[in-house]
Design a protein around this ligand. Structure first.
Ligand code: GRF
Length: 213
């Protein structure tokens, strides 16, 4: 069976991207990474993708007059590579409503909190300030509102008494690297469906819990 063509959009270090590329190396993985797009030419993740032989494109937001023009340029790259699923992984650009509408149901993101708690930036500090005992990461469909789309799957980790932003971020990131490849697999296997704004995942548990340090 043909593998699902996935694009990953990054702006920075690209560790989630690397986890997806690694997962897709397995012969029985049902998705292939067809393209990595960055809006930042110096994003360290681009070098990793190139080294892995994954096609890359840089679409800078700097030389575009408005958000939608940028979105359309990204979309043109995705279409050129026959992309069927778009996975945001540390992509630090806010879309115009045009992009999530164009890719509705085929655009997902990973966020380092248990949404709907702690949207936006400085997420681990928000979690520490709130005193929560659990945090984690969420893979969700992207809609025009930031960090607000229907949730597909989550992974939870404990928040420890002596955690700093960095220790909590690292614990969550390890789960991100497990969760994102799993969700992309489910998507490629046709197990993820979205109807009336609600997500169903068939034949798999969309919650991971880790007590790893
Ligand atoms: C991750 O924590 C992800 O959840 C958030 O941005 C970070 C990106 O890290 N959206 P990386 O570039 O994948 O290493």
């Amino acid at each position: 069976m043909a593998k699902l063509k996935v694009a990953i959009l990054i702006s920075g270090r690209g560790s989630n991207m690397a986890a997806l590329i690694e997962a897709a190396k397995a012969a029985d993985y049902p998705a292939e990474i067809a393209l990595v797009v960055s809006n930042v030419a110096e994003a360290p993740g681009l070098a990793i993708a190139r080294k892995e032989g994954v096609p890359t494109a840089v679409v800078s937001h700097r030389d575009r007059p408005d958000r939608e023009t940028f979105d359309r340029a990204v979309s043109a790259e995705l279409e050129r590579h026959g992309v069927e699923l778009v996975a945001l992984a540390g992509f630090m650009r806010i879309f115009s409503p045009w992009f999530p509408t164009r890719w509705a149901g085929r655009l997902i993101n990973i966020h380092p909190s248990l949404l709907p708690c702690f949207k936006g930036l400085h997420v681990q500090q928000q979690a520490l300030d709130a005193g929560v005992r659990l945090s984690g990461c969420t893979v969700h469909f992207v809609i025009p509102d930031l960090d607000a789309g229907p949730i597909i799957a989550q992974a939870a980790v404990p928040v420890l008494a002596d955690d700093t932003q960095d220790t909590l971020a690292a614990r969550i990131l390890r789960q991100e690297h497990r969760l994102y490849p799993l969700v992309v697999r489910w998507f490629a296997e046709g197990r993820v469906s979205l109807a009336g704004g609600r997500v169903a995942v068939t034949g798999a548990a969309p919650l991971l819990f880790s007590t790893d340090p």
